[in-house]
Design a protein around this ligand. Structure first.
Ligand code: ACO
Length: 377
């Protein structure tokens, strides 16, 4: 029987990676050698893509080539667009539409891990933007090749001119959350390719894992809580009643971090910058007050388990400030994390072995099969 510590594979090392190091005790995240707070606010997303896929930052020629290659892959294949139209007609949740659309990308293409990685990363913003526009009765926008990845994400969702601050805010977000050790969705992706399956299958499974509220589905409910609280003086009362009903506070707690999630600091700084230049400053102040109360109440309630702010709380605040609707928070997370998923898949294909843990059977033994038991009629 696994101990409580091992259930959910807690603390079990299931892969070696050069992609990211999550130090839960110190609250540090390293992306392929660079501290997240060092690289995320300054790098271009395309530079980080090169870093994760090929193990080092690109020189200027390599960066130009990769940027051009990614932007040349932005057009949706017709079956994918047809599926998104149908999904929008049926008002399916955006993460389900993204999962179904990702699965269509193996149609009519030769299988190549590197090609698949590039196509997945390049196409996720088009899929999310096209679906959102169709859901809202608008036609998808023509892909543009003259925009950076972050600008293109905003363009596909909203059209119109893209503000410099807005694009920098989103790029910081994408860089900050693009990879994070062996989180649940990345584990799913690695397990799938460990069978020598392909990247489209792996990423389709990973989107399904990211969707859950304990993983990538948390920021929407985190923002709902801030709106529900409405005024700083109501924070204690609302939080206590949630906990009394046995609810979890979304945006708090983490499997690995025992201190504040370092990504929360990077996103808080990005949100602070963004809200200082515009946006709903009052909401930002309210969220900071809610965070303080939540951390204090959780410390009182669970002194034995440090529950601090995680990345999703500030994801909610930053993405809301950038004008991204709540329904697109998790899909936007996927637009970032698909980079990490594909990089892990390439690493697993290069160095990995079939991932096949054991289970501990705790059911009965020695039962006798009687035909009347199996078929009483
Ligand atoms: N609010 C209230 N109580 C909590 C919270 C929370 N946010 N997080 C953990 N707890 C409590 C649990 O109820 C449990 O209490 P118990 O021992 O009395 O049953 C105890 O703390 C330990 O919880 P576990 O479920 O063992 O912690 P685990 O490591 O499995 O969970 C998780 C980590 C899922 C992130 C959890 O903290 C949580 O549910 N947080 C809210 C959802 C969230 O913000 N998810 C985003 C995570 S970041 C990301 O995935 C990108």
């Amino acid at each position: 029987m696994p101990t409580k510590g091992q259930s959910g594979l807690q603390d079990v090392i299931a892969a070696s990676t050069r992609l990211s190091r999550v130090d839960g005790e110190a609250g540090r995240l390293i992306l392929a050698g660079y501290a997240v707070e060092e690289i995320a606010p300054r790098a271009e997303f395309e530079q980080i893509a090169h870093l994760l896929w090929y193990g080092r930052l690109p020189d200027s020629r390599e960066l130009t080539e990769l940027t051009a290659d990614l932007s040349s892959r932005r057009r949706l294949p017709p079956p994918t667009l047809a599926l998104l139209r149908e999904a929008a007609r049926n008002s399916v949740p955006a993460m389900d539409a993204l999962r179904m659309a990702a699965a269509t990308l193996s149609m009519g293409r030769p299988e190549s891990p590197d090609e698949d990685a590039r196509t997945l990363v390049a196409l996720f913003p088009t899929i999310v933007g096209a679906f959102w526009r169709l859901r809202n009765g608008q036609e998808p926008l023509e892909p543009r090749t003259d925009l950076s990845h972050a600008e293109y994400c905003l363009h596909q969702m909203f059209g119109g001119p893209i503000g410099k601050e807005q694009a920098r805010g989103l790029e910081t977000y994408l860089n900050t959350v693009c990879d994070h050790g062996l989180n649940a969705s990345t584990f799913v992706a690695r397990v799938i390719v460990s069978t020598r399956s392909d990247l489209i299958s792996a990423v389709t499974g990973a989107v399904g894992a990211l969707k859950g509220p304990l993983h990538g589905g948390a920021p929407g409910p985190a923002l709902d809580m801030v709106f529900e609280i409405g005024r700083p003086e109501r924070a204690g009362e609302v939080i206590l009643s949630k906990l009394a009903r046995g609810e979890r506070l979304m945006g708090f707690g983490h499997r690995v971090y025992r201190v504040r999630d370092p990504r929360a600091d990077v996103l808080a700084a990005a949100a602070e910058r963004f809200y200082a230049t515009g946006g709903d400053r009052e909401l930002y102040t309210l969220a900071r007050a809610v965070e303080k109360v939540a951390v204090r109440v959780l410390a009182e309630r669970k002194p034995e388990r440090r529950l601090d702010t995680n990345v999703e709380f500030y994801t909610a605040l930053l993405l809301h400030g950038l004008g991204i609707p709540k329904e697109l928070f998790s899909p936007t997370f996927s637009i970032a994390r698909v980079l990490g998923w594909t990089a892990h898949c390439l690493e697993q294909l290069r160095d990995g072995r079939l991932i096949r843990p054991k289970s501990d059977y705790i059911g009965p033994l020695g039962l006798r099969f009687e035909s009347s038991t199996a078929n009483p009629n």
